[in-house]
Design a protein around this ligand. Structure first.
Ligand SMILES: NC(=O)c1ccc[n+]([C@@H]2O[C@H](COP(=O)([O-])OP(=O)(O)OC[C@H]3O[C@@H](n4cnc5c(N)ncnc54)[C@H](OP(=O)(O)O)[C@@H]3O)[C@@H](O)[C@H]2O)c1
Length: 284
């Protein structure tokens, strides 16, 4: 599998977003674990999770515990696998999403993630989403404290603009930025360029447009369907290959709730788009 840099480490150029294993429409636990194993078998070495990937506050950490269990059953693979989790989103008892960017909350959330993942140190800890009532530097400062305390190896941001990336870089080394990027969502290209200029990995979330529309990439984007026909592959694979072509710092993290889709997505690293294909897709 093609590798890309994540700070001082290398990870597979396609990561695996584990969210669909824990939210509405999720599979049973054994099918979920089989999906994580399929990702590993396909050569994926970056798994993205979050404490908030669950149905409600009653099961915070559901996704982290699932990923940990899947990895425990493959002990030999653990060392080479980077698990990236996040804190800063909360779930209500009814499943509503909220944010909490207070440093004291983030430090507590990190401790809970360490327990859910069953590790002493988290490979990559990402601040999930800016909290409008907490100065961004204060939230980023919590990441610096967690690094200094040895609880996390690397710090990342998510759902941020360039100004916020720079504000964070003033208080903590930023290894990665995780923003939305898809054929249907290109406004984050500015952050891609910024990350490229500063050697920050850009983890593309919702790279197929998101769980509800991923199946219809080809219907929504006729040029992606056309390039897919040219190469005899799925439009989803074309979308991921196109994202890889945007910059060497981009690592798409497609979600999957079953083995077949993550196996198809992982193969995007082998799809060689021509300059003509890329011009067509850029203009879609
Ligand atoms: N930082 C954030 O705020 C944030 C927000 C949202 C998501 N994320 C992360 O980003 C990851 C990806 O985002 P996402 O899951 O929302 O959206 P996505 O990756 O755009 O779409 C996920 C859906 O795509 C389908 N799929 C995957 N590969 C496919 C293929 N090759 N062919 C056909 N269908 C395919 C899967 O279907 P099946 O279910 O049938 O397998 C899955 O439900 C999440 O899992 C999560 O880790 C982060």
């Amino acid at each position: 599998m093609l590798q890309r840099a994540l700070g001082d480490a290398k990870v597979s150029a396609i990561g695996y977003g584990a969210m669909p294993l824990s939210v509405d429409g999720r599979p049973g636990a054994e099918d979920a674990i089989a999906t994580v194993h399929a990702a590993l078998d396909a050569g994926i070495t970056l798994i993205d999770t979050a404490d908030a990937y669950c149905l409600s506050s009653k099961e915070t950490g559901h996704n982290e515990r699932l990923v940990a269990e899947a990895l425990r059953r493959r002990v030999a693979d653990r060392a080479g696998i980077m698990v990236a989790t996040k804190g800063g989103h909360t779930r209500g008892g009814d499943g509503t999403w909220d944010v909490d960017g207070r440093p004291e909350y983030l430090k507590r959330a990190c401790d809970a993630s360490l327990r859910a993942l069953g590790v002493d140190v988290i490979d990559l800890y990402q601040f999930h989403r800016p909290d409008p009532v907490v100065p961004f530097e204060e939230s980023a400062g919590a990441l610096a404290e967690l690094l200094a305390a040895g609880k996390i190896r690397r710090a990342g941001l998510s759902n941020v603009n360039i100004e916020q990336i720079e504000a964070a870089r003033g208080v903590v080394p930023v290894t990665s930025v995780q923003n939305r990027l898809a054929p249907s969502f290109r406004s984050s290209l500015a952050e891609v360029r910024h990350c490229e200029a500063h050697g920050i990995a850009f983890l593309a979330w919702g790279p197929l447009g998101g769980m509800s529309i991923a199946a219809s990439v080809g219907d929504r984007h006729p040029r992606f369907a056309e390039v897919a026909r040219r190469h005899g592959v799925s439009p989803q694979r074309v979308a991921l290959a196109w994202e890889l072509s945007l910059a060497d710092v981009v690592v798409p993290i497609p979600g999957s709730s079953r083995p077949a889709t993550i196996i198809d997505s992982a193969a995007a690293v082998e799809l060689e788009l021509t300059d003509d294909d890329i011009s067509l897709l850029d203009a879609d």
